[in-house]
Design a protein around this ligand. Sequence first.
Ligand code: DGL
Length: 288
Amino acid sequence: MSYSQPIGVFDSGVGGLSVVRQMLAQLPDEHIIYFGDTARVPYGSRTPDEIIAFGEQIVSFLQRFDVKAVVAACNTSSSVSLPVLRERFHLPVLGVLEPGVRAALETTRNRRIGVLATAATVNSGAFPRCFLAYDPGVTVHTQACPRFVPLVEAGRIDGPEVRAIARQYLQPLREAGVDTIVLGCTHYPFLAPVIRELAGDAIMMVDPAEETVKELSALLASLPLSSSRSTAGSADGQAAEPEGHRFFASGAVNSFYSSGRQFLGDFPFQVEQVNLSGIDSKCSTGGL
Ligand code: DGL
């Protein structure tokens, strides 16, 4: 392991870019290899076995770039597959769920916490389990939001339909009297302006990305693997050479690119397409 190796980040789609956004702010010298599994999004309606298999396949792919650590920038994957990935791969694999729990516990005052998440995450019970392990006195209300991810993937983060859906998902949490809501899917921070407005000032929002990247930063410093210069591996696993961040998508490159542009602003990036059937072999370059 060396400080100059890149960090692998993956999600079912563009949601993990909310974590990338934080990485660019907190760890500007690190190089990122991002994989968005847009051909198989949403993970929220997948079975645990599928989510685990996808995670294994993606981490194997990221390993070709000689990554020094992997961030599962996906709550669904973090809820379901993290123990398997940590057991199978001999490199640090961080999730986003536990950092989100810690941040929410620091935020709440009435210890009534709401979690907006995918159906698979809610069904896994991972959020209540993790909250109760930290604080048995906390009350956790989880709300599945199956319609959010397709909207974010399509770049639709505001408008009457988005608002009507968000209002419907927030209602049970408001009735439960939560004072803190965890955006328990990495796609949801892109809907945060709408969610925040509809939830009102009395409810605080937690985006786990910030705490996740703090944890990553502490991990790299402790190993020590923090980077202060620019190098990254190559797609065919050949010798590392100086290079920028790389973004891969298993589905349409152009829609990933336009959502990414919307979410990351002026940050310059290209998207390369990975054919899932050939994920163990070649990548073809795409992007705009
Ligand atoms: N962004 C992911 C998460 O944090 C996955 C969403 C999905 O594909 O359903 O859960």
